[in-house]
Design a protein around this ligand. Structure first.
Ligand SMILES: Cc1cc2nc3c(=O)[nH]c(=O)nc-3n(C[C@H](O)[C@H](O)[C@H](O)COP(=O)(O)OP(=O)(O)OC[C@H]3O[C@@H](n4cnc5c(N)ncnc54)[C@H](O)[C@@H]3O)c2cc1C
Length: 394
């Protein structure tokens, strides 16, 4: 029988690693360890459907029976506190007390936690990262309120769109001069700024928040944004401390190679906490998406189950989505480089090019174009703007 696999972190990627190991025929012991209570769940609905329907059961990624049927040991409310690489084991603490578990392969799937920017009074702000956070937030939406959202990224804007639709007064405060600046083109930022204003949100762009109190938020220029409650959605930072303490290489995430191995080949890292070579550019990137977490997990599981030193490198095309109001923003590919040229193919389709060619295509409510571009990016053929124009017009 194969040696034990321990997976630290039972979110989207950690659970997928357990699923994929069994699918790949891995017959050794698999232990999935997660700090949070309950079954592993999906986070994307926390800022979308869950805020509206409050259906926590619908979030579970697999039922309890999965763990019995697939012979996966699941330890909820249990935290990996230390990796002992010399002994090949992890130390954990949980409801059963402290213990140590041996591994032949360890998968780090520890995700991220919310960033705490230097803003005074953040104890008055809510977070939106876990189901527990979302439950608290939902409770605050029970009566009409004035809400300030610090952070104009995907999560803050998804929340803002739901809250405005429910009749709340919403202000979005973004330190950068445009919305979703790390993730989308200026053209898309402007498009969504117009949409959010049309839906009724007030936007404060290029205005860092400096303090939060019980009555609202104060911005750097002294502007006061009154609010009954404040959501902090100002980005995340990767959970790398376990890896760092174990002497593994980290730099904006746990650094892995093209086969997602850390600087110790017995330890892999995936998803939000991993910094991996972008297959298209070779540059190390860290992506916060369901796609990256699950595709990483599949490759790591196949490698461990197959034990193939010459197996394939990670080559998946990145893709993202964000539901804001009645608009589905989808991004095929990833434009993370410094020199990107953007072209509006139509009002709802933006192409982003860099020195390697087409980097990403952003679409609004155009799932067919998005899926076709994903397939095109997966092939090695160069993609010209004219081809995208034909595709968008079809
Ligand atoms: C509100 C919200 C909306 C989102 N919407 C989208 C979306 O629309 N589309 C999209 O692609 N992505 C979305 N995401 C991002 C997506 O959910 C993440 O990219 C994905 O969950 C990453 O999976 P992961 O396994 O790397 O980390 P996670 O799913 O975050 O799981 C990590 C887990 O590890 C646990 N952990 C950490 N340290 C330890 C330890 N030492 N021991 C044990 N357990 C530990 C954590 O408690 C956590 O449960 C959203 C995220 C949030 C919060």
């Amino acid at each position: 029988m194969a040696g034990p696999v321990v997976i630290a972190g039972a979110g989207q990627g950690g659970l997928q690693a357990a699923i994929s190991l069994r699918q790949a025929g891995f017959d050794g012991p698999v232990t999935l360890i997660g700090s949070e209570p309950g079954l592993p769940y999906q986070r994307p609905p926390l800022s979308k459907a869950y805020l509206k329907d409050g259906d926590a059961d619908a979030l579970a990624l697999r039922p309890q029976s999965f763990f019995e049927t697939k012979d996966v040991t699941y330890l909820p409310e249990t935290t990996v506190t230390r990796i002992d690489r010399d002994a090949g084991r992890v130390e954990v603490t949980g409801p059963a007390g402290d213990s140590a578990l041996p591994y032949e392969n360890l998968v780090l799937a520890t995700g991220t936690r919310n960033m705490r920017p230097p803003i005074e009074g953040l104890e008055h702000a809510c977070d939106l990262r876990t189901l527990a956070d979302a439950r608290t937030l939902r409770g605050r939406l029970d009566a009409p309120r004035r809400i300030a959202v610090i952070g104009g990224g995907f999560i803050g804007l998804e929340f803002a769109a739901v809250a405005v639709k429910q009749g709340h007064e919403v202000a979005v405060i973004e330190a950068a001069p445009r919305l979703m600046a790390r993730a989308v083109s200026p053209l898309m930022s402007n498009r969504f700024a117009t949409l959010h204003r049309d839906w009724g949100a007030e936007l404060f762009l290029g205005q860092p928040a400096v303090s939060v109190d019980e009555a609202g938020v104060t911005l750097a220029d002294g502007t006061r944004v009154p609010a009954d409650f404040v959501l902090l959605a100002a980005g995340v930072q990767p959970n790398v401390e376990l890896a760092e303490d174990a002497g593994l290489e980290t730099a904006n995430g746990i650094r892995v190679d093209t086969r997602l191995r850390t600087s110790d080949p017995a330890i892999s890292a995936l998803g939000d906490c991993a910094s991996f070579p972008d297959p298209r550019t070779g540059r190390h990137v860290r992506l916060e998406s369901v796609q990256a977490a699950t595709d990483h997990a599949r490759l790591i599981a196949a490698r461990i189950a197959g034990d193939d030193p010459d197996g394939p490198d990670y080559a998946a095309v990145p893709w993202f989505w964000s539901d804001q109001g009645d608009r589905k923003l989808q991004i095929a590919g990833f434009a993370g480089g410094p020199d990107t040229t953007d072209e509006a193919v139509t009002e709802n389709v933006v192409a982003r090019f860099d020195e390697h060619g087409l980097a990403a295509v952003e679409t609004i409510n155009a799932a067919r174009v998005h899926m076709k571009v994903r397939r095109m990016l997966a092939s090695a053929d160069p993609i010209e703007l004219s081809l995208l124009e034909e595709l968008a017009a079809a």
